[in-house]
Design a protein around this ligand. Structure first.
Ligand code: B12
Length: 214
């Protein structure tokens, strides 16, 4: 039973993020979890919701770039802090590598994705941003993962993603690749024609379902 509403949590969290109060943000996150022990809800409703708000405030010049950086850094710090307390299901003996399309700098979402794999008993290899595809290919050969998860936030990176997928499909025809990120959120018919055969997963709830199927 959630005593406070999710909106209250999100607004409080956002307010503390913008004041740069990391301790208070951490307290809010822990209080939320004690009332509703769902990491997915915390990540989606509180963290993602607050960071999307940060994006709107930044885009409309209501907050500075410094505040946006601070908000992101605090949230990443809290993800790391919570990581040690994640309740993990039985180990699956399956590996996933997680990364972003080349040139992409947004890594918070894919970091959350890594945690959901982790909770589901997977061994996760989170590479973050800035991995050239040649290096990724080498690493996949070393680790031989069951799944490769790629995030893309900026639609501008689409052609890079297409080239990346071409290389990966040639090198690893049997590798399961999944895609996600807000570049796909407002997709219209035909936008992603060249990668239509690659599985797209919209959020952490859908990811959880997907993980029950493989
Ligand atoms: C923080 C931030 C940054 C930071 C990122 C730092 C970091 N360590 O990640 C920095 C400062 C680097 C940055 C830079 C830029 N940013 Co920025 N940024 C943001 C901000 C405020 C938050 C991003 C975030 O963490 N969101 C929260 C996460 C949890 O959400 P998410 O990524 O969508 O992830 C969720 C799902 O999509 C899904 N998911 C994501 N990936 C994957 C992958 C898989 C496999 C799966 C299953 C699911 C999945 O899971 C998550 C949970 O549900 C957003 C605002 C916003 N709306 O998000 C703008 C935003 C994304 N940025 C934007 C822009 C324009 C830029 C810049 C171009 C600005 C500039 N002029 O330089 C650059 C581009 C840099 C680059 N080459 O990538 C725009 C993008 C608009 C668009 N869609 O084209 C946004 C929306 C801001 C805005 N309103 O204008 N940014």
């Amino acid at each position: 039973m959630i005593v406070q509403s999710v909106n209250t949590y999100r607004n409080d969290y956002l307010e503390q993020l913008l004041s740069g109060n990391r301790n208070e943000c951490s307290r809010i996150a822990k209080q939320y979890i004690s009332e509703n022990p769902s990491i997915k809800d915390l990540y989606e409703d509180v963290f993602r919701g607050a960071l999307y708000q940060v994006g709107v405030l930044w885009e409309t010049n209501k907050i500075s770039v410094a505040k946006e950086h601070l908000a992101t850094a605090i949230t990443e710090g809290i993800l790391n802090e919570l990581y040690g307390n994640l309740e993990v299901l039985e180990k699956q003996n399956k590996k996933v590598i997680l990364t972003c399309v080349e040139n992409e700098l947004h890594q918070v979402g894919i970091k959350m994705v890594a945690d959901i794999f982790e909770i589901n008993g997977w061994d996760t290899y989170f590479l973050g941003t800035g991995i050239p595809v040649t290096e990724l290919v080498k690493y996949i050969k070393e680790e031989n993962p069951r799944v490769l998860a790629i995030s893309m936030s900026i639609f501008f990176n689409y052609q890079t993603l297409v080239r990346m997928i071409d290389v990966l499909k040639q090198e690893f025809p049997d590798l399961s690749i999944i895609l996600g990120g807000q570049a796909f959120l407002h997709k219209k018919e035909g936008d992603f024609k060249k990668i239509e055969d690659i599985k797209y997963v919209s959020d952490l709830y859908e990811l959880d379902h997907y993980l029950k199927t493989i």
